[in-house]
Write a protein that binds this ligand. Sequence first.
Ligand code: NDP
Length: 250
Amino acid sequence: MASGGEQKVVLITGCSSGIGLRIAVLLARDEQKRYHVIATMRDLRKKDRLVEAAGDTYGKTLTLLSLDVCSDDSVRQCIDSVKDRHIDILINNAGVGLLGPVESISMDDMKKVFETNFFGTVRMIKEVMPDMKKRRAGHIIVMSSVMGLQGVVFNDVYTASKFAIEGFCESMAVQLLKFNVKLSLIEPGPVHTEFETKMMEDVAKMEYPGADADTVRYFKDVYIPSSIDIFEALGQTPDDIAKCTKKVIE
Ligand code: NDP
């Protein structure tokens, strides 16, 4: 339990869908009411799914705030608005994917991936870190990916963004531990979310300028069909990842 036996305050990014939504609901529904969840999303017009899933925990153990991890102002406003509560656990879940040969992707789109997956997470950590260090308590979770450990064809930019955050976290973890602040990486394999749906839509529209014909053939005839098989055989649900995340913070 948090100091004084109070509920731990958990702030989660990207709760409009998928993994973030399920983590928020699982923690808010904790039988022992150990957590107060601040579920955040960049567009509050998307709140209905979360509110419905939260049920009677909404407004009690779960509150909702607007937060765009790509905006300094939004992050600062959000953290300022919860200042009096102290964040015990920060779960950096917000993320975007990007699939395709580098030559078909604009620099702006590539930067958006890094702005969200890398700088968005760094921005959040930078903002909560001083208070956690001062209180010598806290736990920061970062939702990375197996693609933070291994490169994957035509996933170059997404993979790079996850490698980058892995490097950042590995470097930070030891420094934070000196202040009794933990930093944990979670590296899911395939998870059935809108991420996956969007990836398949992107594959259908994909063009391959500059790509080697064998690579394209491998991608279309081997990688994509085997990814679908892996998804079907081994794909986890957002609830699986939520349970794993709960174990990590317990
Ligand atoms: P979803 O697309 O379902 O969820 C992504 C969430 O991130 C959405 O709530 C989205 O909000 C939010 N988001 C995107 N950009 C921003 C932003 N600038 N500020 C705040 N929120 C933002 O995908 P998942 O649940 O699958 O993904 C969650 C995390 O898990 C990601 O970091 C992803 O990289 C990681 N992951 C996913 C895997 C998978 O197979 N699904 C595998 C491994 C890791 P909005 O609705 O507004 O777009």
